[in-house]
Write a protein that binds this ligand. Sequence first.
Ligand code: OSB
Ligand code: MG
Length: 372
Amino acid sequence: MIRVEAVELRRVRLPLVHQFRTSSHAKRELEHILVVLRSADGAVGWGEIASPSGPFYSAETVESCWGVARSFLAPLVLGASWEHPSSLAGAMAKVRGNHFARAGFDMAAWALWSGLQGVPLAKALGGTRSSVEAGVSLGIEPTIDDLLAQVSAQVASGYRRIKLKIAPGWDVEPVREVRSAFPSVPVHVDANGAYGISDMSIFRTLDECGLLMIEQPFAPRALVAHAELQAELATPVCLDESVEDVEDLVTALRLGSGRILNIKVSRMGGLTQAVRAHELARAEGMPVWCGGMHEFGIGRAANVALSSLPGFTLPSDVSGSDKYYARDVTTRPIVSVDGFVDVPEGPGLGWEADLDFVAGHTTDQLVIKKGG
Ligand code: OSB
Ligand code: MG
């Protein structure tokens, strides 16, 4: 039985090497919350709450995660004893929603448990690959030339799949320019829900562009509209924001809302639910890949482990640390070589937090112990 004796929460801020703009907002630095669980026998597991600062991707914010982590999740975890991370995830499920916050604790529990078992996190999750294929996600740029320069740099770094953020006013034209400048590079687009069913003509045009997929064209809960769009298009629709749990995936599969699933550890509320979604998608013949939230090294390590599962047949957003950060929170950066990231073979998460670097970038910190 594992009992967590102390929960440490740290708000950590890192500058981005390049501004990232999506359909909703732009960012130059990110603040994530690192979660450290310490067991009675001195074992430690690290997790990351990778929520954006504002409620534009989902309803969560760094502030809401901090409050829920401190007031609800930490006490719940300190009061639990468990043999497997999935039982802790079951106990945390009484907190509704708040998936990013829950994911940080679930990830830390998996890191702690796989470390204690002496197995790599990837193996503990059911992973079968020794390296995972990495793609990159490119934000909206000031000009098409800026975008082409970004694509060119990332293709030169070895990435084999490029995802372009799109938004009304920045869609068909940049996509056509990238397709014609890089005709052999697999490209997909991500709208983060910025369109509606009345934009059908834009999607008919994009359908002619030879894209790998069109990610989250419509609002998260518009599963019927996604099904109507998918029925009109040859290009697969990929769901991101629409699938927050396995029940959403059941609905999407029944309706035919998309043919590909982006599984994010944060959005699903942790690795436990991410693995369950992967199992269902695999049984239904739906290809999946692992999406990212610009994670620091801890969350990125969890993404690498998850991407090693057999149903992850498309490149994941597990680019190297250097795509976003000049220096990461781990002692070794996560590195992509020729578009592949090696899956660690040692026990646990496979990357260690750089304690001095983390301390130097911590903006707020809290230790919560059993019994006060
Ligand atoms: O929709 O996939 C998304 C980042 C922030 C919010 C939403 C998304 C993203 C990304 C980042 O695309 C991908 C990555 O972490 O490399
Ligand atoms: Mg997305």
